[in-house]
Design a protein around this ligand. Structure first.
Ligand SMILES: Cc1cc2nc3c(=O)[nH]c(=O)nc-3n(C[C@H](O)[C@H](O)[C@H](O)COP(=O)(O)O)c2cc1C
Length: 322
């Protein structure tokens, strides 16, 4: 078994609580990893590399169990627009962060640096071209950001995407993302061929999520039809909640407005709230531990139902087919 698969095998539930700008910090990471899924956060949620190091120390302390520490992950944006990437990576190496999730650039040197201390690299992609490039760079796993995901979502069907990537990445870890909201969805992701479900939006509506209360309330009040896929906020297509676009003076039903928000992207994400298609299945803000327990119970129900179908399959007919 690869190191990446062994790490996931140690989870209570095959779920990664995905990194979310302005939402995931130490409280959510610690609560998620303690509950038995993999907690993660973007390094850029801290304003400086020094602050980032402080957060890692806080997380290490929160996850040390006396025996082996529980795993967690950090998201690094590997792009020339992120001047901190090298310094943040050095801190990750020093602190031996168990999982690094890279966005935008899949760089062999970074993979080498993370492997040097036994860490695992997952890279997030929205299409086959980027998946192939990341595999070539030597990543341990891919995050397939499919249609309906929160943040900068892709447009591929998760079913088709996971099958096509599995053909070119038979031994790698595949995390599937896009509106995964319930334990049944987690089971569906595994049944479809993924190793782990990657869930963002559902974890915004947790007590430990750092989003303001009005953001969490909008998640509860929104339905799939309230999610708008637009490049207006950051220049790259992403999913955002309609009411937050309207409040910012944008017309979600008109043509994508010409907005040069690149330099103000952090502010844009603060005022315009991202969420995926899964919002309609979210009815309560919960403590993360209770959420993971609920996901686990729902996951078990789904497995029970799949198992029932196995019993239904008439064995003689199967033999005939074979
Ligand atoms: C508010 C918000 C902020 C996000 N910020 C980041 C980020 O900083 N880095 C990143 O790699 N992905 C980011 N994402 C994407 C998530 O990591 C994940 O791919 C996505 O939420 C999964 O889809 P789901 O929200 O439908 O579960 C963000 C998503 C949301 C909703």
């Amino acid at each position: 078994m690869t190191r990446a698969k062994a790490l996931l095998d140690g989870l209570r539930l095959p779920v990664i609580a995905a990194p979310m700008f302005l939402v995931s910090g130490p409280a959510l990471v610690i609560a998620a990893s303690r509950a038995g899924v993999l907690g993660t956060f973007p390094a850029l949620n801290q304003r400086s590399t020094e602050g980032f190091r402080d957060w890692l120390e806080e997380i290490e302390a929160g996850l040390s169990t006396g025996a082996a520490a529980l795993p967690y992950g950090v998201n690094l944006i590997v792009h020339k627009t992120n001047p901190r990437v090298e310094a943040d990576l050095r801190v990750c190496v020093e602190k031996r962060v168990p999982v690094i999730i890279t966005s935008l650039g899949a760089v062999p040197d970074l993979v080498k640096a993370v492997h040097s201390y036994g860490g695992v690299v997952l890279h997030d992609v929205i299409n086959m071209r980027h998946a192939a490039k990341a595999i070539e760079a030597g990543v341990d796993g891919l995050v397939l950001v499919s249609a309906g995901a929160g943040g900068h979502a892709g447009t591929n069907s998760p079913f088709a995407f996971v099958s096509e990537v599995r053909r070119i990445f038979p031994q790698g870890v595949i995390a599937l993302a896009g509106a995964i909201t319930t334990g049944r969805h987690v089971a569906a992701a595994i049944a479809a061929g993924a190793d782990v479900a990657y869930m963002g939006t559902r974890f915004i509506a947790t007590e430990e999520g750092a989003a303001p209360p009005a953001y969490k309330q909008m998640i509860l009040d929104s339905r799939i039809s309230d999610i708008v896929y637009t490049p207006a906020v950051s220049g790259v297509h992403g999913n955002f909640m309609r009411d937050s676009l309207v409040r910012a003076g944008l017309n979600p039903d008109g043509p994508a407005p010409e907005m040069n928000m690149d330099k103000k992207e952090a502010k844009a994400w603060r005022d315009i709230w991202s969420a995926g298609h899964g919002v309609g299945g979210i009815d309560a803000v919960m403590p993360t531990q209770a959420l993971v327990a609920e996901l686990g119970a729902d996951f078990d129900c789904a497995l029970g139902e799949l198992q029932r179908w196995r019993a239904h399959a008439p064995a003689p007919a199967r033999e005939k087919v074979a």
